[in-house]
Design a binder for this molecule. Structure first.
Ligand SMILES: Nc1nc2c(ncn2[C@@H]2O[C@H](COP(=O)(O)OP(=O)(O)OP(=O)(O)O)[C@@H](O)[C@H]2O)c(=O)[nH]1
Ligand SMILES: [Mg+2]
Length: 328
């Protein structure tokens, strides 16, 4: 039975996906539960939403408790949201929180003393119509890293090494790569059978506005790893558009706009799927049980295909395609 989800439900779901905090997520979930059509076809979805609601409630209540040993809530675990998650790694004062403040609406503290940030905090950055989650993190030094940080890094899709170009760049690079290597956190695409799990690591070279000329070139020359470097200033905004764009490209996801028969496509809130996904993966992403019932699909805005042509389940999707799913 089709779920027949309403526009209000979809709006709430959109809010849920774009949420940066558990409280926002819970609020959106409550609305989804209120708006979801109550019939047999949505029973599983309702149960799933309720399960997510109780988890979120537990996380929020647990997180609000004072003592550090507050039980089962791991503040270093940041639930994923949006098209991908990028965790920032760097030494004290490198400018990690300033990047969150410049690219997202997250309320993070930026200050000119070290160890300002004591636990990871997420925020949503936007590239065109795609939401990407950035995670601010406490700093690491040659002698110390918060034990939980390795979990934050391990679950992220990408890691951004933040280097303050106005500071000791080589020392920062050495400390960051030593930390990441010691926990086997640097992966390239060939490290794992599944590319979905491979984490790309790149460098965000920040404070370009006050960096001595030539610093980035020296850093590149003396660093053997083939990292990509993106030079920015959170202060002036230099390089921030490029940073957003490259993060989106490196995440290697595609956007798909879903369309219902005889209705215009939803061009506001695309699904994001790993590049290489096919129509069946899309159906699975929307709802696991729908995937088995998928019969055919039609595609628009596809390379080499007439608009509205029917495509098989195995049709490999490309960025910005519009897809109409037909279920049996
Ligand atoms: N001029 C300039 N200053 C910056 C830039 N980014 C950050 N800063 C300053 O650098 C200092 C540290 O910035 P934060 O973003 O708090 O650094 P952090 O890496 O989060 O520091 P910790 O939380 O201690 O790890 C602040 O005084 C910022 O205003 C930049 O692009 N240009
Ligand atoms: Mg900080």
């Amino acid at each position: 039975m089709p779920a027949n989800l309403t526009q209000q439900y979809k709006k709430a779901e959109q809010r849920y996906k774009a949420a940066g905090t558990d409280a926002e997520r819970l609020d959106a979930l409550e609305e989804m539960l209120r708006e979801i059509p109550k019939h047999k076809g949505t029973e599983h979805l309702q149960a799933d939403l309720k399960k997510r609601r109780s988890k979120l409630k537990a996380a929020i209540e647990g997180g609000g408790k004072k003592s550090g040993g507050g039980g089962h809530v791991d503040v270093f675990h940041i639930p994923k949201s949006g098209a991908g998650q990028v965790a920032l790694v760097g030494m004290p004062n490198a400018g990690k929180s300033a990047i969150l403040a410049a690219l997202t609406h997250a309320h993070v503290l930026v200050a000119d003393y070290p160890f300002t940030t004591d636990k990871p905090a997420p925020g949503m950055a936007q590239y065109e119509d795609v939401h990407i989650q950035l995670v601010d993190a406490p700093p690491i030094t040659a002698d110390y890293a918060p034990p939980g940080l390795v979990n934050t890094c391990r679950s992220a899709d990408m890691l951004g090494i933040v280097i303050d170009l106005a500071g000791e760049v080589l020392e920062q690079m050495e400390v960051c790569t030593a930390y990441l290597d010691s926990h086997k956190l640097i992966l390239d695409d060939t490290d794992e059978a599944s590319q979905r799990l491979a984490r790309k690591t790149f460098v965000i070279a920040t404070k370009a506005d006050i960096a001595p000329a030539g610093t980035l070139e020296t850093l590149k020359e003396l660093t053997e790893r083939p990292f990509e470097y993106i030079e920015i200033s959170s202060e002036t905004g230099q390089g921030l558009d490029e940073l957003r764009r490259r993060i989106f490209e490196m995440l290697d996801v595609i956007r798909i706009y879903a369309k219902k028969p005889h209705k215009p496509a939803d061009m506001i809130d695309p699904f994001t799927l790993k590049r290489g996904s096919d129509v069946h993966d899309m159906a699975y992403h929307i709802h696991r049980e729908l995937a088995d019932k998928l019969k055919t699909a039609r595609a628009w805005n596809s390379p080499n295909i007439h608009d509205g042509q029917s495509v098989p389940r195995e049709h490999i999707l490309s960025d910005k395609e519009i897809i109409e799913l037909h279920f049996g």
